[in-house]
Design a protein around this ligand. Structure first.
Ligand SMILES: [Zn+2]
Length: 159
């Protein structure tokens, strides 16, 4: 089988950032997949599942309720390697286009101190596996170290 595109990115050079992973034509529309890379692959500790799970619940809730992006949100979910998330939006975007949205979203996660939406046995398959404190911490880290002063080097995949 052929190596899929996301395995051809040089994960040794890859630093935390906001990247366009791929664009897929679906009918006459385009779906853009973003790589929201939060930790440096193979270099720093990965995120634990509990905090990733909490970020997933908060981000999905935020995005699907968003005035402009709610109807464009196809999917938000964790990478299996636990170094980041994928966001799929309907439309043809560059990574810089969603930086304001990502700042808004990660500020929401950083400042969220309430009951995690969907964290109940009826709504989720592993509702006790949550860590809000670490989700707050990781959102702050991503904002401070990446999103607030992002430039080309963290918006385009390394060659
Ligand atoms: Zn869940």
């Amino acid at each position: 089988m052929e190596k899929i595109t996301s395995f051809t990115i040089d994960h040794i050079k890859l630093q935390p950032g906001v990247y366009v992973s791929r664009k897929d034509p679906v009918g006459d529309q385009t779906i853009t997949t973003f790589d929201l890379r939060m930790t440096s692959p193979n270099e720093e500790p990965v995120m634990n599942t509990a905090e990733m799970h909490t970020i997933e619940h908060l981000a999905a809730t935020f995005l699907r309720n968003h005035t402009n992006y709610g109807s464009k949100t196809i999917y938000f979910g964790p990478m299996g390697c636990r170094t980041g998330f994928y966001l799929l939006l309907a439309g043809d975007y560059e990574s810089g286009d969603i930086v304001p949205l990502m700042i808004e979203m990660f500020e929401f996660i950083r400042d969220f101190h309430d009951e995690v939406p969907g964290a109940s046995p009826k709504d989720c398959g592993n509702y006790l596996d949550m860590n809000l404190g670490m989700a707050n911490y990781l959102a702050k880290k991503y904002l401070d170290e990446v999103l607030y002063h992002i430039d080309e080097s963290r918006l385009v995949y390394p060659k």
